[in-house]
Design a protein around this ligand. Structure first.
Ligand SMILES: Nc1ncnc2c1ncn2[C@@H]1O[C@H](COP(=O)(O)OP(=O)(O)O)[C@@H](O)[C@H]1O
Ligand SMILES: [Mg+2]
Length: 279
């Protein structure tokens, strides 16, 4: 197993008291699996991601990554584990003042010493440039290599975040809403790009999506979260549209007999729409 969760809970201590973001999750992910995580906002998807990439520890329960209890790893082992996991966050976590090429080179950050990183980002070797340019070409950003990250549109930043993960070359790719700010044509491109990365079964992909159709089309396994619990964990074949739609029904909408649509909500919440973006 690449991941094994046993009764994993996460409770945040906020100013307004305790928030149980995840409640006793138990499931496994095998190497090479492609898993889509669905669920309305607040379901706990991002929290789960941060547990899976070992930046958060469970409050209760045990999370194993490649056989090791993440909660029991030393700092050194934790760093080594994180290098094997590439995360594409909803907020792209790019360095705004660096160029597209420099940001891509930052993908190697975890595997290099600080000195090597500084040298490689600002004076990369020919080989490093070639790798970074190949990554940028595959996401269609080669001609933007000299543009600063903060000069890119939301969709371009999203693709840059993917290029950086390509450069990292991790065992596991975690992507939080990787298609959220892309127009439909780019979504197809980036989806086949991401799925191509895990195609040979050597890499594992876990992605949160708000687009149910994309999840059904591209992912052999769907895990649905709601209020911090798994509602279902199944294949696209075994899940009906009604069940999926019900996942997004808000209590107030249910009371009014309406169906909530995550996409409608995302229009407001997601500022990263490229010009020409259909949504
Ligand atoms: N740092 C935090 N402090 C307190 N509560 C948090 C924090 N992060 C998330 N939460 C809460 O945990 C729950 C799950 O959030 P999150 O994992 O971001 O869900 P999703 O990504 O599915 O929208 C929500 O109720 C959210 O308000
Ligand atoms: Mg989230």
């Amino acid at each position: 197993m690449i991941y094994s969760l046993k009764q994993v809970s996460k409770v945040y201590n906020s100013r307004h008291g305790k928030v149980r973001a995840l409640d006793r999750l138990t499931f496994d992910v095998r190497p090479g699996e492609r898993v889509a995580l669905l669920g309305p906002s607040g379901a706990g998807k991002t929290t789960l991601f941060r547990l899976l990439n070992a930046t958060l520890r469970p409050t209760r329960g045990v999370l194993f990554f490649a056989g090791a209890d993440v909660g029991a790893l030393s700092r050194k082992e934790l760093r080594a584990a994180r290098r094997r996991i590439g995360t594409i966050y909803q907020q792209h976590q790019l360095v705004p003042s660096l160029t597209t090429l420099e940001n891509t080179l930052c993908g190697k950050l975890g595997s290099w010493s600080l000195l090597h990183t500084i040298r490689s980002v600002f004076q990369p070797s020919r080989n490093e440039i070639e790798q970074a340019m190949a990554a940028l070409e595959s996401v269609g950003l080669a001609e933007k290599r000299r543009a600063r990250a903060d000069e890119l549109s939301g969709g371009q930043q999203q693709r840059l975040a993917i290029a950086r993960v390509l450069m990292q070359d991790p065992q596991v790719i975690l992507a939080d809403e990787p298609f959220a700010s892309l127009d439909p044509a780019l979504t197809e491109t980036v989806a086949s790009l991401l799925l191509g990365l895990v195609h040979n079964g050597k890499r594992t992909l876990v992605a949160t999506l708000h687009d149910i159709d994309l999840a059904l089309r591209y992912f052999p396994r769907i895990i649905a979260l709601r209020d911090g619990s798994v509602v279902f964990d199944t294949t696209p074949r075994e899940v009906s549209r009604e069940v999926l739609a019900a996942l997004y029904v808000t209590e107030s909408a249910a009371a009014r007999g309406e169906i909530g649509d995550e996409r409608a909500r995302n229009e407001k919440g997601e500022p990263n729409c490229e010009p020409g973006c259909a949504r």
